[in-house]
Design a protein around this ligand. Structure first.
Ligand SMILES: Nc1nc2c(ncn2[C@@H]2O[C@H](COP(=O)(O)OP(=O)(O)OP(=O)(O)O)[C@@H](O)[C@H]2O)c(=O)[nH]1
Length: 194
C-alpha cells in the first residue's frame, strides 16, 4: 500500500490524476522546529530533510506501507519563504518577489520499514515580473485565502501564472512534488506497473 504523508491538496491531486492508488495521512510534525535545526543548510537539503521527516513521522504508524513524503520551499536571493500566514504576509512576500528570480525547491522521499529507500530534490526557477501594489491587491482579492496553503503565494495552475515573465523547470516541481521521478521510484519499488 502507498501512503502519501501529506495534507497537500495539490500533491493528492497529482497522484490521483496520475492514476496512483494511495491513502493520504497528514504528518504530525513541527516543520518549523525541524527547519530551525537545519539553519544554514542548502535549500535542497532542507526540503529533503523535511520530506524524509514527514514520511518517517507517518511511517511509524504504517509498518507495512511504502510512505511518500514531500516538501516545497521558496528561496529569493538567498532568503527562504514559507507559506504566507496572512493576507498581509502574502502582500509582503509578493512585493519582495517583484522583479526577482524565485527558486522553488520540491523534494520527495520514500520510506519503507522505517528506512529511507529513495530521495530526490528538484528546483524550478520563476522570473517574477515587476508587480504594482494595485496588481497585488487585485490579485489577493481573488486568490486569498486559497494561496495561504502555497509557498510563493501563488497557484501556477490559476491566476498565479500572471506573476511571471518566464518559468524554467518542471511543472509538477512547481505544483509541489517532482512527480515524474516519484513515479519512477514507485515503479522501481514494484508498486506501480513498469
Ligand atoms: N495548487 C498549488 N499548490 C502549490 C503551488 N506551489 C506550491 N504549492 C503548495 O505549497 C505547499 C508547500 O508547503 P509544504 O509545507 O511543502 O506542504 P503542505 O501544504 O504544508 O503539506 P504537507 O505535505 O502536509 O506538509 C504544498 O501544498 C504545495 O503543493 C502551486 O503552484 N499550486
Amino acid at each position: 500500500m502507498i501512503v502519501l504523508a501529506s495534507g497537500s491538496a495539490s500533491r493528492r491531486a497529482m497522484l490521483k490524476a496520475a492514476g496512483v492508488a494511495f491513502t493520504a495521512i497528514p504528518p504530525a510534525l513541527d516543520e518549523r522546529a525541524l527547519e530551525a535545526s537545519l539553519e544554514g543548510a542548502a535549500p535542497p537539503a532542507v526540503a529533503l530533510a523535511l520530506a524524509e521527516a514527514k514520511a518517517q513521522a507517518v511511517a511509524a504508524g504504517q509498518p507495512d506501507a511504502l510512505v511518500l513524503g514531500s516538501d516545497s520551499l521558496v528561496v529569493v536571493e538567498g532568503q527562504r519563504f514559507d507559506k504566507p500566514a496572512s493576507r498581509q504576509a502574502a502582500e509582503a512576500h509578493l512585493s519582495h518577489f517583484s522583479g526577482r528570480t524565485m527558486e522553488l525547491h520540491s523534494a520527495a522521499a520514500l520510506v519503507r520499514d522505517g528506512a529511507v529507500v529513495w530521495r530526490h530534490a528538484a528546483v524550478a526557477r520563476l522570473q517574477v515580473r515587476p508587480l504594482t501594489d494595485a496588481f497585488i491587491d487585485h490579485y489577493l482579492d481573488r486568490e486569498w485565502p486559497a494561496i495561504g496553503g502555497c509557498v510563493g503565494a501563488f497557484r501556477i495552475e490559476g491566476p498565479g501564472v500572471q506573476l511571471f515573465d518566464s518559468v524554467d523547470g518542471d511543472h509538477f516541481t512547481i505544483l509541489g512534488m517532482p512527480l515524474l521521478p516519484v513515479l519512477g521510484a514507485l515503479r522501481d519499488q514494484g508498486v506501480l506497473p513498469a
